[in-house]
Design a protein around this ligand. Structure first.
Ligand code: FAD
Length: 392
């Protein structure tokens, strides 16, 4: 018998340490007990359930990844991976809430703040007592933001004045602050700022009408002569390189999202195929349905092997950016295929929220586009393997 009900046909997850396996089991229980019963309701209302934050605090997940001084735990990437995997099996939005707060906002502070600033912000972030967001993308485009950032900062006396717009900023409708990246009007250098909710000149509008990740709240941020003190500028950034380092760390997490989303869809489809009857048989008896399931299992198993090695490399300090991009491109694309097959196995029920698979099907579309679109990550890998850049 293949141990494949959860999509892990080669027992990759047996390779986790006891602590990693325990965290995976905790997140799995949390997702099934606390998130699954409410997620469809919140998803339908385009709302993130704030009550989950307090409940998630009890799991103490960020401290499995980060130390208070902003350094990473020795197995941070693997921990981040298994947390993401187990969350996405049930609900990708929950993983995105966590990923934005930990992998993007806390990471910006860990990599870009001075020691004093880290001591001020990180402990509360690790305890989920203050929630962060990450504001990089702009309405005019995400792919080119490293070259064409329009949001600006200007030194003004003992502070800074920010102007511009940011689009798609996850968590920003309820976060305590957003890390805003802006281009210095004078020097052109990219700088990071912690802009607290309620700061005059900072306004967030919730983006409505999404067809994917509807439980994530994404904001459109307007900065109009928004004044922040210099102590809210991240003091240890190295221009765009810091942004790039943050995105590099987060990209591995997004690769795991594709795997978790695909595994969740596979699990649901397998169970459905074993129950649903047509023509007097369970549909899992039909060869065409078995073909779908086997292709799906091959994909999720290969994807899981890929991201586990990716995180090992990251934790060993030997990961290069193109490896994270390759995993992101590959898992997002395979996930798209797996969720489409899963949705097909459900027939008409595949487009009903209550059967679960529809949410995986549409959420994949967001995974496909953020953290570098499929094309951009492809070009990053293409440049690495050919030595020729398509960007210039
Ligand atoms: P564009 O950059 O306009 O791209 C449009 C198309 O052109 C894409 O297919 C792209 O691949 C293609 N393209 C662009 N350049 C090239 C090229 N050189 N060669 C070939 N093709 C090219 N951003 C944040 O800062 N913070 C967040 O919290 C955040 N959360 C998000 C959550 C969701 C649900 C989504 C959908 C997005 C989020 N984003 C966030 C933004 C995300 O990172 C961007 O959507 C992404 O970078 C793509 O940018 P864009 O949407 O502006 O597409």
């Amino acid at each position: 018998e293949l141990p494949a009900a959860d999509g892990d046909a080669y027992d990759y997850l047996e390779l986790l340490t006891d602590e990693q396996a325990e965290v995976a089991a905790q997140v799995n229980r949390f997702m099934r007990a606390e998130v699954a019963p409410i997620m469809n309701d919140y998803w339908s209302r385009d709302e993130f359930p704030r009550e989950l934050i307090g409940k998630m605090r009890e799991l103490d997940l960020l401290r499995r990844i980060w130390n208070e001084d902003g350094t990473r735990r020795p197995d941070a990437a693997m921990m981040e991976g298994v947390i993401t995997l187990e969350a996405c099996r049930v609900d990708v939005s929950t993983a995105v809430f966590f990923g934005v707060h930990s992998g993007l906002a806390a990471a910006s502070i860990a990599l870009g703040a001075s020691d004093e600033q880290k001591a001020r912000w990180l402990p509360d972030m690790l305890d989920l007592r203050r929630i962060g967001a990450f504001g990089l993308t702009e309405p005019e485009g995400g792919s080119q933001v490293s070259q064409g950032m329009r949001t600006t900062c200007r030194r003004d006396g003992d502070g800074w004045v920010l102007n511009g717009e940011k689009k798609w900023i996850g968590n920003s409708t309820f976060s305590d602050f957003t890390v805003i990246w802006a281009r210095d009007e004078e020097t052109d250098e990219v700088r990071g700022f912690v802009v607290e909710a309620g700061t005059p000149g900072y306004r967030v509008e919730k983006i409505m009408g999404k067809i994917a990740l509807r439980m994530v709240e994404n904001g459109h941020i307007y900065l109009e002569d928004c004044r922040v003190a210099d102590e809210f500028r991240l003091h240890a950034t190295r221009g765009w390189d810091t942004v790039s380092d943050v995105l590099g760390l987060a990209r591995s997490g997004v690769a795991w999202q594709g795997v978790g989303c695909a595994m969740g869809a596979y699990e649901l489809a397998l169970a459905y195929a074993q129950e649903r009857r047509q023509f007097g048989k369970r549909i899992g008896e039909f060869q065409l349905i078995q073909n779908h399931l086997v292709l799906m299992l091959g994909d999720v198993t290969a994807m899981l092997g890929m991201v586990m090695r990716l995180s090992h490399l990251a934790d060993e300090g030997g990961l290069v950016d193109a490896q994270a991009s390759l995993a992101k491109v590959h898992t997002a694309a395979r996930c798209r295929d797996v969720v489409a097959r899963a949705r097909e196995i459900f027939g008409g029920n595949g487009i009903l929220l209550e059967y679960g698979v529809a949410k995986h099907f549409v959420d994949t579309e967001a995974i496909y586009s953020y953290e570098g679109t499929n094309e951009i990550n492809t070009l990053v890998v293409g440049r690495a393997i050919t030595g020729l850049s398509a960007f210039v």
